[in-house]
Design a protein around this ligand. Structure first.
Ligand code: PEP
Ligand code: MN
Length: 263
């Protein structure tokens, strides 16, 4: 992952002609969880607004075992249906090394490693044996160096298609869900050749803060953003408090474009 070994930026090809890194900027958007039929409605809206990849969790890492755990394989199938209709790559979280084969069978375009699994070394090694692009999130209390070493676990098994993701870290601050470490964007670009995405949804935890932090991350040079969008946030099965509505997402995408043109 070290830029010393690879002075030029890595460009990760996520399929459907969507490349990220080295000047290619992409927005990943969709609901926190795949919940059912609303996925396709949300997907159509985020694509129309300019998102180039669709996200949605089918396997959810929830704090409580009694909270919604995700639709599993059925959720992957809904993502695949949306991909077939819209012709865009899908990004979804994998939590268990035993699920790698299912993700390969379904040809999931990008496997997300969540913050809670950022140091799940058996999982990192297992996805490292594939060639599927990996969206690797920073751990909840992970340092930048720990994120880079997690990337090394994947790359040392042979998979160089790693996208790093800053999604906020746990600090003493309680007014936001996490503390968005915007420093990580330029620091990761200095240390590493890998693409860097920012997730202002999990980094802030509140709808009202998502837009300003999305714009800030864009201005800081992020190669992309991951943003949660839901058509009825107050009834979302997870992370409704940080979801943008499709109308809000339209506005954010317009402003992101203005920042992109300005930098
Ligand atoms: C998610 O993307 O829905 C998610 C659970 O994110 P994180 O791992 O960053 O908390
Ligand atoms: Mn979420």
């Amino acid at each position: 992952a070290n830029r010393k070994f690879h002075p030029t930026d890595t460009v990760v090809d996520c399929g459907f002609g969507v490349k990220i890194g080295g000047g290619n900027f992409q927005v990943i958007a969709g609901p926190c969880s795949v919940e059912g039929e609303n996925l396709i409605r949300i997907a159509r809206r985020v694509k129309a607004a300019g998102a180039t990849m669709l996200r949605g969790g089918a396997y959810k890492p929830r704090t409580s075992p009694y909270a919604y755990q995700g639709m599993g394989v059925e959720g992957l199938d809904l993502l695949c249906e949306a991909r077939a209709e819209l012709g865009m790559p899908i990004v979804t979280e994998i939590m268990d090394p035993r699920d790698v084969q299912i993700f390969l069978d379904k040809k999931i375009d990008v496997m997300q490693i969540g913050a809670r699994n950022a140091q799940n070394f058996p999982l990192l090694k297992e996805v490292g044996k594939t060639q599927t692009p990996i969206l690797l999130k920073r751990g909840m209390s992970g340092t930048i160096d720990e994120l880079l070493m997690a990337a090394e676990y994947i790359m040392s098994e042979g998979n160089d298609n790693v996208i790093l993701c800053e999604r906020g870290i746990r600090t003493f601050e309680t007014r936001t869900r996490n503390t968005f470490d915007l420093n990580a964007v330029p620091v990761l670009h200095y240390l590493s050749h890998l693409p860097v995405v920012a997730d202002p949804s999990h980094a802030t935890g509140y709808t009202r803060y998502v837009e300003p932090m999305a714009l800030a991350a864009t201005a800081a040079g992020a190669d992309g953003l991951e943003i949660e969008v839901h058509d009825d946030p107050s009834h979302a099965w997870s992370d409704g408090a940080q979801a943008l509505t499709p109308d809000m997402f339209d506005d954010v995408m317009r402003r992101i474009q203005i920042i992109r043109e300005a930098i």
